[in-house]
Design a protein around this ligand. Sequence first.
Ligand SMILES: O=C[C@H](O)COP(=O)(O)O
Length: 329
Amino acid sequence: MNLKVVDQSPPEVTHKRNPGFPLDLDWVERVRMNRSALERRAASIGARRTVKKDYQLAWLLKAITLIDLTTLNSDDTEGRVERLCAKARHPLRSDIIEALGVGDLRILPGAVCVYHSFVKTAVAALEGTGIPVAAVSTAFPHGLAPVETKIREIEMSVADGAKEIDIVIERGMVLRGDWQALYDQVKAFRKACGDAHMKTILGTGELATLTNVAKASLVCMLAGADFIKTSTGKEKVNANLPTSLAMIRMIRWFHEETGIEIGYKPAGGIATAGDAIKYMALMKEELGTHWLQPHLFRFGASSLLTDIERQLEHGLTGHYAADYRQPMV
Ligand SMILES: O=C[C@H](O)COP(=O)(O)O
């Protein structure tokens, strides 16, 4: 198996964090996306085999390192978060690791993502692993609370030990075209994050057009977002490939203009190993393999790891495991 794809050099050495830039309304005005062209391009990603069989297991191992292992349910408990963190510590069964011969590779998820209330629990459960805790703060999933309340929630998540903050934007600001209000609020969120990296959830399924998605992406990047993220997982339409293309192309344009690399996080409804490979192929083709590293790409997903583990076992044995052998939480 070619494991080069799994190997990662330490990203922090070279990665320059987005410092934020002034709001350039002329640039925002120039942004246009052509939905049918993006849909055609997205369809071409799914239509052909993107990763040859020999490489599939390596890509799936890589995919694990890119997952924000997530539980975001209204009935979450400390116990469920602890079980999720135990899974994060050992994302693959030891017999699979042994059979793949990858015991010496650091295959751990990119982060564990929880509501603010569970940050302390997750930080304690992950101690010593180096796996960061990401908190969805700012009145997730709707984002509709007074700005002071949302800023306070960020500050509390950071104080509890979250190293990454997933903020949600107010979709109404985009629908009204109030780019100044969006910029000001996201900039204030970034300030409250301090050293914690900020992922900016756009709620793309509620933004009406791909041009709006692209403009909102740009405004959030100008305001200092470290990542742009599609969805909360709670909208009727969550991550998909055409929306991803619109956002990824804005990341590329932003990089061309500023030299700053922004991360991308598709989230919501990404549940199969096949989905994961399509998103990774899209990133590779549009931005290059460099972008397939945990500091520049994450999946927001609650059940993806279960399917990846099943597919890895299938790749090794030719059989699928019974569900009880791969409990999630
Ligand atoms: O940000 C993560 C999403 O809420 C996860 O959505 P999912 O449960 O559909 O995988």
